[in-house]
Design a protein around this ligand. Structure first.
Ligand code: GDG
Length: 471
């Protein structure tokens, strides 16, 4: 048996593939928030990360990062990718768990592939985990994994964390394979969600399936349990994820010159409004553009005084609903610029690309108003990243009530993204407030900055793992 005492399992392995001009391929670790938060734990416990390396039909041999963490790839074929990732994960579960913003597709073939891929992940994890190891499974792509692993390796301690919302029982009940998914999740010792509301939905669902529930849900501790017939208990709790706030704060404070130059490029005197999202229908990009357009149309905002920068990172581009969203967004950008821009001075700056991390932070730091308007979002890290980059209390945040982050960032200008008037009001209040009530805005930003600095990604990871250890 292997000697990895702590195993993280996620759909994606944190690696990037680089292909040299001569065709030589190399895989390098790609650090993100989750990796940064988990690296200390992985290092301390002889850790291993199991996941798909992001390229179909190819995978490197397992290798160690410079910091000694073992990266263990799971290979996916093109058919796996289509059925498991694009199909069941992103065209069935994703829309269902985001409250049917588009209609989920229930396809039996996709389901079979989802199950097969979860079985394959389970085999890989079972092979790398030491006797009695702790395994932490991430997200909706791997909901069967806790149950399969429990059968294969009853010695393991298993945690599961869902990064997206968990829907109301009536919505979840649509799923033809609802019992299998619930059984899968019940294989864990601890099931974690971002919000108490998500956890309560899960408990209500369990009750509906005749499972006894004890206690009430709370945040960063486990006071609610499912009591299974075989005497096993599954803990359920809320663990709001966050970011490496200190790193963001420090970096942005050290790059004020860069941010000023970027702002100057857009117009010194202009109020810059920023959106940053994966191009996903859940993120409400089109609604936000429409709200901005109407404010320009009515003269509530003057196109000479404001501009909107929208960074839309390409995402799931082969799925029909994503293509449709992209074309609607791009049509709106074209229309708004056609109506309100001057030559050489667009009123919407749109980039359909992934920008480097440092550049993204510069955008955050430079923006006067951050506009985050998802119809539904598990948390939304973008909102927290913006706040972390404004350690001097500058800026303003417009935030959807339906983003998980709204539970913590209560000082934002909250809006209902289904109501254009509500987005317009919040955006206008933020823009006007910057000029008329700067001290009020600074107080709001100050409170949110303190919140984000204290509740960072380390707190998220440590609180989950502490609860899992105590189970
Ligand atoms: C899921 C849940 C939950 C974006 N564009 C670029 C870029 N990003 C980075 C952001 C941020 C991340 O991607 C996006 O995270 P979000 O939380 O906003 O949204 P999802 O991708 O939908 O994430 C969500 C999250 O999981 C964590 O649990 O909060 O609710 O849906 O970190 O900075 N990064 C770079 N270039 C870009 O162009 N470098």
């Amino acid at each position: 048996m292997s000697d990895n005492n702590f195993v993280v399992v996620a759909n994606r392995l944190p690696v990037d593939l680089h292909t040299a001009p001569d065709g030589t391929r190399t895989w390098t670790p790609s650090p993100g928030g989750l990796v940064a938060a988990l690296t200390p734990v992985l290092e301390k416990h002889n850790g291993c990360w199991v996941g798909w390396p992001g390229v179909v039909g190819d995978a490197p041999e397992p290798f160690r990062t410079e910091r000694g963490v073992l990266l263990h790839p799971v290979k996916l074929s093109q058919a796996d990718f289509e059925g498991f990732y694009e199909g069941f994960s992103n065209a069935t579960l994703w829309p269902l768990y985001h409250d049917l913003i588009v209609t989920p597709v229930y396809d039996r073939d996709w389901w079979h592939v989802y199950r097969e891929v979860n079985l394959r992940f389970a085999d890989e994890v079972a092979a790398v985990a030491a006797e009695g190891a702790t395994v932490w499974i991430q997200d909706y792509q791997l909901q069967l994994l806790p149950g399969i692993l429990r059968q294969l390796r009853p010695d393991l301690t298993i945690g599961f964390f869902l990064h997206i919302p968990f829907p109301a029982p009536d919505l979840f009940a649509q799923l033809p394979w609802r019992m299998e998914l619930v059984r899968g999740l019940l294989g864990a010792d601890l099931v974690g969600f971002h919000l108490e509301a998500n956890a309560r939905n899960f408990l209500a669902l369990a009750r509906r399936f005749g499972i006894e529930v004890s206690g009430e849900v709370s945040t960063r501790e486990v006071t609610a349990h499912l009591e299974l017939n075989n005497g096993r208990r599954v803990g359920v709790g809320a663990f709001p994820i966050s970011i490496d706030a200190a790193a963001m704060n420090e970096w942005s404070a050290a790059d004020l010159g860069g941010a000023e130059r970027l702002h100057a490029d857009l117009g010194h005197e202009r109020t810059v409004i920023l959106g940053v999202d994966r191009l996903d229908y859940t993120k409400g990009i089109l609604q936000r553009l429409k709200a901005f357009e109407e404010l320009l149309d009515t003269g509530a905002l003057n196109p000479e005084d404001v501009c909107l920068v929208q960074i839309a990172t390409p995402s799931r581009e082969r799925i029909t609903s994503y293509r449709k969203t992209r074309s609607q967004v791009e049509e709106a950008v074209g229309r708004i610029n056609g109506r309100f821009a001057q030559i050489g001075a667009p009123v919407v700056h749109y980039r359909h690309t992934s920008v480097p991390k440092d550049e993204l932070r510069r955008y955050y730091r430079m923006a006067d108003v951050m506009l985050v308007t998802p119809f539904k979002d598990g948390m939304n890290l973008v909102a927290k990243e913006y706040i972390a980059c404004h350690g001097d209390d500058s800026g303003a945040l417009v935030l959807s009530e339906f983003a998980g982050a709204a539970v913590e960032l209560t000082q934002a200008y909250l809006c209902n993204p289904f109501d254009i008037e509500s987005i317009k009001k919040a955006l206008r209040d933020a823009v006007v407030g910057l000029h008329n009530q700067p001290e009020v805005l600074a107080e709001r930003m100050h409170a949110m900055h303190a919140q984000v600095m204290e509740h960072d990604v380390d707190l998220w990871a440590n609180s989950f793992l502490d609860c899992l250890e105590k189970k």
